[in-house]
Design a protein around this ligand. Sequence first.
Ligand SMILES: *Cc1c(COP(=O)(O)O)cnc(C)c1O
Length: 403
Amino acid sequence: MARAHFSKSFTQQLPIPDDAIEAAIAVMRSGRLHRYNTAPGEDSETMELEREFAVWQGQPYCLAVASGGQAMAIAMRAAGVVPGDLVLTNGFTLAPVPGAIAAVGGKSVLVEITPDLVIDLDDLALKAKTTGARYLLLSHMRGHLCDMDRLMQIAATHNLTIIEDCAHTMGARWNGKLSGSFGLAGCFSTQTYKHMNSGEGGLLTSDNPEFMARATILSGSYMLYPRHGAGPAEDVYTDIRLDTPNCSARMDNLRAAILRPQLRKIEQSIADWNARHDMVADMLSASNRIHLATRPAAEVYVGSSIQFCLPEITQAQALAFVSGLAAVGVEVKWFGASQPVGFTSAHQSWRYVAAQDLPQTDKILSGLFDMRLPLTFTLEDCALLADHILDAVAALPETGEAT
Ligand SMILES: *Cc1c(COP(=O)(O)O)cnc(C)c1O
């Protein structure tokens, strides 16, 4: 029996909640959209968001900015990266990551990934040693956390400053500790497809007061740094305010207003994503031709998308696999495609980064597929998606068969 065509959109997020819409309307009625435009005695929505996110993330300081990419670029600059510095980062991530390194004049040193889609810690240790790089922009790409205990040991051995890209791990934990609180800073995105949706937006957290003071001035605080909800004490700024350039990348009150109600509901969103993710993962695990990333017991993830690997697939088969699924309404991305379409995660297409050999990463990406799981999909939808994928995998020729 033919399966039902899947007809929902993979890019349709949930609507903005009513209380968030009301908060946004109140900001518009006030006319005070700029984060520093406050009435006497008023704390802006952006200040409140910084306060609430800092509490939720368990960090003393939080800075709201214009995007996740800006959070990373500001973090690197505030951490001391200057033009020409080497910055280690994952060989598999999204373009805003090498883009942020390029924005501060850094040179990306790409590190291999493992079949579990995390940074290869042996390659990291080797490259930290051989290149002398002192910074790591660690991308928890697609929500997969590496062994954070071992990572922290490597960082201590090689004196690495870590900045975490938590675009896909807002709410994820390793041994109970939230991602974003291991390194000097955690960088989060509130772009539409991440775990909270303000269209564009970013959040930066840290427990280091000097770092956060520099980041705040860099983000474009004019001299209004006391109007931050979760910033360091004013005396920390004495010299920093004069030594640090203003590179405007602020969040505004409208976005903050729609994020605060979403933050209050985020634990429910995480549970809803994981129910969807785990249903698809359980069903896909029935096929011995599909490799799913191992999830260590120490990891608590947020399954807002799912990745699966077909290790033996050829280029021609992968193209046919993706288009066959598209024909039944199932939108699956293939990370092994030679041309970037709609997104860029292949290091060969980052030509602003010096070309580097990553044979292990290339091999993994050649068989790696990805599917978004927006919360507009029901569990029944997810079961249908998994069935379609299982059908398509079953139709692939066995290894060694002529194609
Ligand atoms: C979305 C994303 C970011 C940040 O993106 P912005 O569009 O700049 O907010 C960073 N890293 C990864 C892996 C992402 O997917």
